[in-house]
Design a protein around this ligand. Structure first.
Ligand code: GRF
Length: 204
């Protein structure tokens, strides 16, 4: 499967994914078609290039969401991705973008998306002194962190005395969970989910 990885910053999840493709759980299953950023100066882009990935960027600064996203869709299509993998991509996607890759956009959120959405999830866990938080990999729909959950994994936060410690423990889980979930998705081991079914009550 061909992956387009989208980031806006540091890119530690991108690194974990690229390493999984190069010599880990994604090797033989996936290739990185492109690493894209809406911030041309994102540190993660340089890291991706150093790892041997093709990179591309378009600055989203001052751009209208729908217009910008239409350009990104056009750019990404040139790389024919099977999955669009958000890895610290700090943009809410427009409906046009979501429809262009319907059911094939993944995100990782550093909390249980049923309990916390949006930014600052580690701060939230730390300030509320949660004994445990959850990392969530989910399909992206038109809401903020509302799409169908593909996988969750707990992070033990007991004894984590600083925000840095919370983040360190969480990122260690993020880094294996994202690649592992993608591997299971590509192998067809996850139940088929579509964003449209998000939030729909199960009637039986
Ligand atoms: C991660 O905590 C991820 O869960 C969230 O944004 C952060 C990105 O970090 N969506 P990095 O750029 O992958 O290091």
């Amino acid at each position: 499967a061909r992956l387009a990885i989208l980031l806006s910053g540091r890119g530690s999840n991108m690194v974990a994914l690229v390493q999984a493709v190069q010599h880990g759980v994604l090797s033989g299953l996936a290739e990185v078609a492109v690493v894209f950023s809406n911030k041309p100066d994102a540190p993660g882009l340089e890291t991706a290039a150093a790892l041997g990935c093709l990179t591309a960027s378009l600055s989203s600064q001052g751009r209208k969401r729908a217009e910008f996203d239409a350009e990104v869709v056009e750019l990404l299509r040139q790389y024919q991705p099977d999955y669009v993998v958000l890895a610290g991509y700090m943009r809410i996607l427009s409906p046009t973008f979501i429809r262009a890759f319907a059911g094939r956009i993944l995100n990782i959120h550093p909390a249980d998306t049923h309990q916390h959405q949006g930014l600052h999830a580690y701060e939230w866990a730390f300030e509320n002194q949660l004994p445990e938080t959850k990392i969530t990999v989910h399909l992206v729909d038109e809401g903020l962190d509302t799409g169908p959950i593909l996988a969750q994994h707990p992070v033990d936060l007991q004894g984590a005395g600083t925000l840095a410690e919370v983040e360190q423990r969480g990122l260690a889980v993020e880094h294996f969970l994202y690649a592992d979930t993608l591997a299971r998705l590509i192998r067809g081991e996850l139940p088929r989910r579509t964003p449209e079914t998000a939030g729909t009550a199960v009637v039986s």
